[in-house]
Design a protein around this ligand. Structure first.
Ligand SMILES: [Mg+2]
Length: 317
């Protein structure tokens, strides 16, 4: 473990460093609180052992600065204050400042070892908790069947990208996809086959998109691709590639029958000074998808405002 020790007493510091190194730890040394804090910022050691009385910045002061530095982080270091002070007011002050534990000077190796183990135990718990938290966030954003982003994750990510594209004055493109006659797959071959088709389609779209684009499961048999920076033509190209690759796939049923699945695609892109809001853009892609369904399925339609009857209620100029 990487351990930072701060002590203005040279002998005490070297004895401590030597002991820690004997146990296999990597030791960083500072002669006062300010130097310790500078090293802390640079190296972010998981464990700090600091003297109480030091010039420039004392132990409790160092604790406070470290805790302030860590305020946005899930990774809190374990701080042990070295002290010859033993009044309960002093200990309370140390804890208040952010110390986790104390060792009295001069330290007893056995006690030090026990306190280090305690620190490691806490640090491991903290790491485990962080991992579980990340796992839970990941699960809440992932569609269990296809492993794609779910609708919520797509919306969050697209909002960030729409803000970024707006700032950079670049377009944001969307491709809304709906598998054709998907209900018939479930009805004729069962829901397992339906799941197989959804997973296959997800893989197909994931492999057909460009780097920087992303695809999510939007609803039952609906998928959405976001294409930061793509104008409507680039969206249509990606959609057409997805359409082709899906249509070329063959799925084998439990009875050994081979089936083919197609999808319809609607594309829209927001650009220019009076670009539409994200949810309106989703709506436009959805409308283009409806046109694709309406004109025979297994095709790509691009959203054109002048072709949208819904906009007639809202004439311009
Ligand atoms: Mg001192």
């Amino acid at each position: 473990m990487k351990i930072l020790i701060a002590d203005d007493d040279k002998i005490g510091r070297l004895v401590l460093a030597k002991q820690l190194e004997t146990w296999g730890h990597q030791v960083l040394q500072a002669v006062d609180g300010m130097e310790a804090f500078a090293i802390f910022q640079q190296e972010v050691p998981p464990l700090v052992i600091t003297d109480w009385m030091m010039p420039k910045l004392d132990g409790p002061g160092l604790c406070s600065k470290i805790r302030e530095e860590e305020s946005d982080s899930d990774n809190l270091c374990f701080i042990i204050l070295l002290t010859s002070k033993e009044s309960s007011e002093d200990l309370a002050q140390g804890i208040q400042a952010g110390a986790n534990d104390f060792i009295t000077k001069p330290f007893e190796p056995l006690e030090l070892q026990a306190r280090l183990r305690n620190g490691e135990w806490i640090l491991n718990l903290q790491a485990e908790l962080k991992r579980k938290k990340e796992e839970a966030v990941q699960l809440s954003r992932t569609d269990a069947l296809t492993q794609l982003m779910n609708r919520r994750a797509m919306l969050d990510t697209m909002r960030l990208d729409e803000d970024r594209m707006r700032r950079e004055r670049r377009p944001l493109g969307l491709v809304m996809i709906d598998l054709d006659h998907f209900k018939a797959v479930n009805d004729n071959y069962g829901h397992n086959m339906g799941d197989t088709v959804l997973k296959g389609a997800a893989e197909c779209f994931s492999s057909a998109i460009r780097g920087g684009d992303y695809v999510g499961r939007w609803g039952g048999e609906e998928f959405l691709i976001a294409l930061p920076g793509a104008d409507i033509i680039q969206c249509a190209e990606v959609a057409e590639r997805c359409r082709n690759q899906l249509a070329a796939m063959r799925f084998t049923t439990e009875d050994g029958e081979t089936i083919q699945v197609t999808a319809s695609f609607g594309t829209a892109s927001a650009e220019g000074a009076d670009r539409v809001e994200l949810l309106d853009l989703v709506e436009q892609a959805d409308r283009a998808l409806y046109w694709a369904k309406d004109s025979g399925r297994n095709r790509v339609k691009i959203y054109v405002a002048s072709a949208d009857p819904n906009l007639k209620q809202n004439p311009r100029g």
